[in-house]
Design a protein around this ligand. Structure first.
Ligand code: ADP
Ligand code: G6P
Length: 466
């Protein structure tokens, strides 16, 4: 029987690095794999003095989780280096933060080769291989070099940048070429898909075919956009459950009749947290009657703390939130409750429901699951308002949110004002439409669409293969 072999840098349970394992990928994959028999392979999050390729295997219901330890140098050059100091900032339009260092290239190549060596013996000929995210772009190529013939798909969880930006990456061509060793490459949005297609055609002289395939580097592969969704039903159930109700009540008491605006993010410069704080400050300044009547709860879990840009954004957010609180707070009110920790799903669900506005304003985001969680957690009879960045992938599907430009303080401040005074009828109308999307385009639909496309190639390609 064919199984699904899922490979990602991060696996669930979380890495033991002192930081909570939050993030869209881990949330989505643990949900997507629940009903599948297969293997989920990735880095354990641990480092050892010398790489051995020794697998740790945990068998769960259906899915077996297999992990491997890496060396410290691997973590520094591959995870902290190429993945999070080169690709992540570049793909989020921050070339000012991108570091191009050959030692990072080497670390990235070395770890992808190590992943290939380690996972290869686990793969049976009938299995489907599904590789995830920017840490592992060349893994497919490494597996092919080792003779793997299986159908292989790759899904990018983050945004794909425009080709002129992408061209600032040394070896950009080799990176794209390595994607052509997969049979299927999937993106979060039409926007990312189009940017990739433009690179293939305009930079590489490739050809796009009407069946969704692309030809370049002497290969023809399938491309598609597969917007990731939420594990909506359990999340809504959690929001309706007892524990969430307890949290909602706890929040209501602490609100003391005030309106709550809420943000939940990994502490990452792509999430636009400083801009959000400044927009909220603008709102307070231009709406004096709102002072002492609202507050912003910003939950921001520390992430990738070894990378200097993350240390810097953390320090900036401490300073900006402190300054705003100092300027506006009164003896019994602080305008921003800024919390650097993570919460369980049921706790988050209860807090989301108590919030009049979900403020989701990344400067750039592949999808953003928080926007969907906020919607899924609302009370159908009295829902809150989602304020969503036009630069989150989720905006392609969630047009009934108040869509804002996160670079414009005034636009965000206006949206807060509008959201807090929106009539119940309008809130319900917008929420119903958003909720319909969250429920139908959920994580199961995403997984099934990708896996179906991987298992069933377009007719032309199938004919050529025979
Ligand atoms: P990213 O993958 O870039 O972190 P997403 O919005 O797609 O962004 O996914 C973030 C996921 O991590 C969501 O499921 C969200 O609930 C979770 N998360 C983020 N911050 C926290 C936190 N402080 N506590 C618990 N979960 C969190
Ligand atoms: C984003 C990335 C994921 C990553 C997650 C958390 O969602 O697309 O690949 O796992 O952030 O980041 P971390 O570095 O903690 O794994």
């Amino acid at each position: 029987m064919s199984r699904l072999i899922v490979i990602s840098n991060r696996v669930s349970p979380p890495a033991e690095d002192g930081e909570a394992s939050v993030g869209g990928l881990a949330m989505a994959l643990s949900a997507a794999l629940r009903e599948y028999s297969g293997i989920w392979f990735g880095w354990s999050g641990r480092t050892v003095p010398e790489f051995t390729g020794q697998l740790s295997i945990e068998r769960g219901a259906g899915v077996t989780v297999a992990t491997v330890d890496l060396e410290e140098q691997d973590r520094d050059e591959y995870y902290n280096g190429y993945a999070n100091r080169t690709l992540w900032p570049l793909f989020h339009y921050r070339i000012d933060l991108s570091a191009y260092e050959r030692s990072f290239d080497q670390g990235y190549a070395r770890v992808n080769a190590r992943f290939a060596d380690t996972v290869l013996p686990l793969v049976d000929p009938a299995d489907f291989v599904w590789v995830h995210d920017y840490h592992l772009i060349p893994l497919g190529q490494e597996l092919r070099r080792r003779g793997l013939k299986n159908r292989m798909g790759f899904f990018l969880h983050i945004h794909w940048p425009p080709r002129r930006l992408f061209a600032t990456l040394p070896n950009h061509r080799e990176l794209v070429q390595s994607l052509f060793d997969y049979d299927l490459v999937g993106f979060q949005t039409e926007d990312s898909l189009t940017a990739f297609q433009e690179y293939v055609v305009q930079s590489e002289g490739g050809v796009l075919h009407p069946d969704g395939t692309a030809e370049a580097f002497g290969r023809r592969i399938q491309l598609g956009s597969f917007p990731i969704g939420l594990d909506a039903e359990p999340f809504t159930a959690a929001a309706n459950g007892e524990s969430a109700a307890g949290w909602r009540e706890r929040m209501r008491q602490s609100l003391a009749g005030r309106q709550m605006i809420m943000g939940v993010d990994r502490l990452d410069y792509s999430k636009g947290l400083e801009e959000r704080f400044l927009a909220y400050e603008d709102y307070l300044r231009t709406t004096p009657e709102a002072q002492e009547r609202v507050f912003l709860l910003q939950v921001a879990t520390p992430s990738r703390g070894d990378v200097p840009a993350y240390q810097e954004i953390r320090a900036r957010l401490d300073a900006v939130s402190g300054r705003i609180n100092g300027a506006f707070a009164t003896a019994d009110w602080v305008p921003i409750r800024y919390v650097n920790r993570s919460y369980r799903r049921d706790e988050l669900a209860g807090m989301y429901r108590a919030a009049c506005i979900g403020l989701v304003t990344p400067l750039r985001d592949g999808m953003n699951l928080v926007a969907k969680e906020y919607v899924a957690a609302q009370d159908p009879t009295d829902p809150g308002v989602l304020v969503l960045s036009q630069f989150a992938g989720a905006a392609e599907q969630m047009g009934e949110a108040l869509i804002v430009n996160p670079f414009s303080r005034e636009e965000m401040s206006d949206a807060i004002r509008r959201g807090l005074s929106m009539s119940k009828a309008e809130r319900v109308r917008r929420w119903e439409s958003l909720m319909h999307g969250v429920q139908t385009q959920d994580v199961t639909a995403w997984r099934d669409a990708f896996v179906q496309a991987l298992m069933h190639p377009p007719a032309v390609e199938a004919a050529e293969a025979t």
